[in-house]
Design a protein around this ligand. Structure first.
Ligand SMILES: Cc1cc2nc3c(=O)[nH]c(=O)nc-3n(C[C@H](O)[C@H](O)[C@H](O)COP(=O)(O)OP(=O)(O)OC[C@H]3O[C@@H](n4cnc5c(N)ncnc54)[C@H](O)[C@@H]3O)c2cc1C
Length: 472
């Protein structure tokens, strides 16, 4: 074997191949709209030893490797034909270290169980995304935006250290003091590039009650709502305790809404919303003061376990934007740096009015606050200081025959908006973005490539939009 590494005789852990009854389930991505993948092995690792073995075994047999945590890659980049998927989803322990205000979280933990555990044990949390089943590894390594991010930052901003199995099967630790280049690159440089993370240590934040809110307008008000929203959600001026998300659906679905979370009571939020409500009066305003964990369930689009369910349902269900309703999808992204002129809003109206079917939308997540306290080069996540909002173009469909027109619509919309919204978020990874290295990483690309050469010189960790594509 290369470099004299000792190759294990067999894979260890729960090993699934095409003869196993688990194979079809194990080779699925969350996005069932993707083509099927046929890995040679899917290895569910029970511990670091299994991860190490899988890396060394794959290298010895010249098999391509993919790391997998929650399996939510938009393009299925945690799967590979004929190779080995090293799945860490069984490494999902959440251990609180109360004296340090930190939590050690296994790299395969899903978001909802993490939030629930941290809440139940100590009324603390980490800033993360809303989808209940997204894996902590993919989310953190690509950045991680969520409903308290303007207050507490991105998920990667709360990261204090990590453990990773490298291409030689060594367990390495990275933090601001140790392997600091690798740590820098792991805060937004994207999953799957340097090694296989087995655990993360995060700073936790105390949480108690929050106000969740929904404002709705008629679709015909779309122009005035976008104008009012972008002025109100000024990244420097808007109170950092609010994360507002503007959702503009297709004309066919006919919804314009701002949903969000405020770390504070409703009376204060009402005053903070007043300028938006004054500039574009909504048809309805719903505010609810809830335990933080109930807000987590609200934005996850899943019902909280009883008895917490009582009282939330009026605002919650049916949830028009629940992630869990959609399995086949195409999403892409861009960032807004300046106020949109009329021409940009005209373009949005045009694309939303020619959407192929109702379940299509563009979503604007307001940035600023704690996200922009950190410089664009201080971590690998580069889209911070000048960003007003992150746009996500989204299409969801039921039948495979609808795939092409929906994918074309997302790409057409993204391209049409390029004069006013460019770059992209690596966690909303999109194979159609041709200049993806610049789009995801901007000026941080050069340093990321240096780290790649340093920690994975043989390009063992590679995938279609991986940094390994650029160092061959
Ligand atoms: C329904 C839905 C909702 C979402 N909501 C949000 C949101 O609110 N906020 C947000 O920021 N993002 C959100 N995302 C995007 C999400 O952050 C990315 O899709 C993320 O990459 C998924 O991580 P994963 O571990 O679940 O996926 P995976 O497919 O397992 O992994 C994604 C990438 O990370 C790599 N990777 C996985 N595990 C490891 C590991 N242990 N070590 C090294 N590399 C690894 C994979 O190889 C792959 O390249 C959402 C996605 C979906 C599908």
């Amino acid at each position: 074997m290369e470099d004299g590494l000792e190759a294990p005789q067999t894979l260890t852990g729960l090993v699934v191949d095409r003869h196993s009854p688990l194979y079809d389930e194990a080779r699925k991505d969350y996005n069932t709209g993707l083509r099927p993948f046929f890995p040679k092995y899917i290895v569910y690792c029970y511990d670091v030893h299994d991860v190490r073995n899988a890396v060394l075994y794959s290298r010895a047999h010249h098999l391509p490797i993919r790391a997998r945590s929650g399996g939510h890659s938009y393009e299925g980049y945690s799967l590979v034909d004929g190779g080995v998927v090293i799945d860490v989803s069984l490494l999902r322990r959440v251990e609180l270290q109360p004296d340090c205000g930190t939590a050690v979280i296994g790299a395969g933990a899903e978001l909802l169980p993490i939030y629930q555990e941290l809440w139940d044990r100590q009324r603390v949390t980490i800033p993360g995304g809303s989808c209940p089943t997204v894996g902590i590894a993919g989310l953190t390594l690509g950045g991680g935006f969520g409903l308290i991010s303007r207050r507490y930052g991105l998920t990667c901003d709360a990261l204090r250290s990590l453990e990773m199995v490298d291409a030689d099967g060594r367990l390495i630790r990275a933090s601001a003091e140790r392997n600091e280049d690798l740590f820098w690159a792991s805060c937004g440089g994207g999953g799957g590039n340097f090694g296989i993370v087995t655990s993360f240590t995060f700073q936790t934040f105390p949480v108690d009650k929050v106000t969740i809110f929904t404002l709705r307008w008629d679709w015909t008000d779309l122009r005035s709502v976008v104008k009012a929203f972008q002025v109100w959600a000024d990244p420097r001026a808007l109170d950092r305790r609010i994360v507002p998300i503007l959702k503009l659906t297709s004309q066919l679905a006919g919804q314009v809404a701002v949903v969000g979370e405020f770390v504070g009571p409703p009376e204060e939020l009402r005053a903070l919303l007043a300028p938006l409500v004054g500039a574009a009066p909504p048809r309805s305003v719903g505010l609810k003061y809830v335990d933080y964990i109930d807000a987590v369930y609200f934005f996850a689009g899943v019902a909280p376990p009883p008895p917490e369910l009582g009282g939330l349902t009026g605002l919650l269900l049916p949830h028009p934007f629940s992630h869990e309703q959609h399995e086949k999808f195409k999403n892409s992204s861009a960032y807004q740096f300046d106020l949109f002129p009329d021409a940009a809003i005209d373009t949005m109206i045009h694309w939303l009015s020619i959407a192929p079917q109702p379940a299509t939308l563009v979503q604007l997540d307001a940035y600023g606050g704690a996200i922009s306290d950190i410089g664009d080069h201080a971590t690998a996540f580069s889209h911070r200081r000048g960003v007003r909002s992150s746009l996500q173009y989204q299409a969801y469909w039921e039948s495979n025959v609808q795939a092409e027109e929906n994918i074309r619509w997302v790409e057409g919309f993204r391209r049409a908006m390029l004069p006013w919204a460019h770059a992209a978020y690596v966690n909303y990874i999109d194979q159609n973005i041709r200049r993806w290295p610049e789009a995801y990483y901007d000026e941080n690309l050069r340093r990321l490539l240096r780290v790649k050469r340093m920690y994975d010189p043989h390009n063992v960790f590679n995938f279609p939009q991986g940094l390994g594509q650029l160092v061959r």
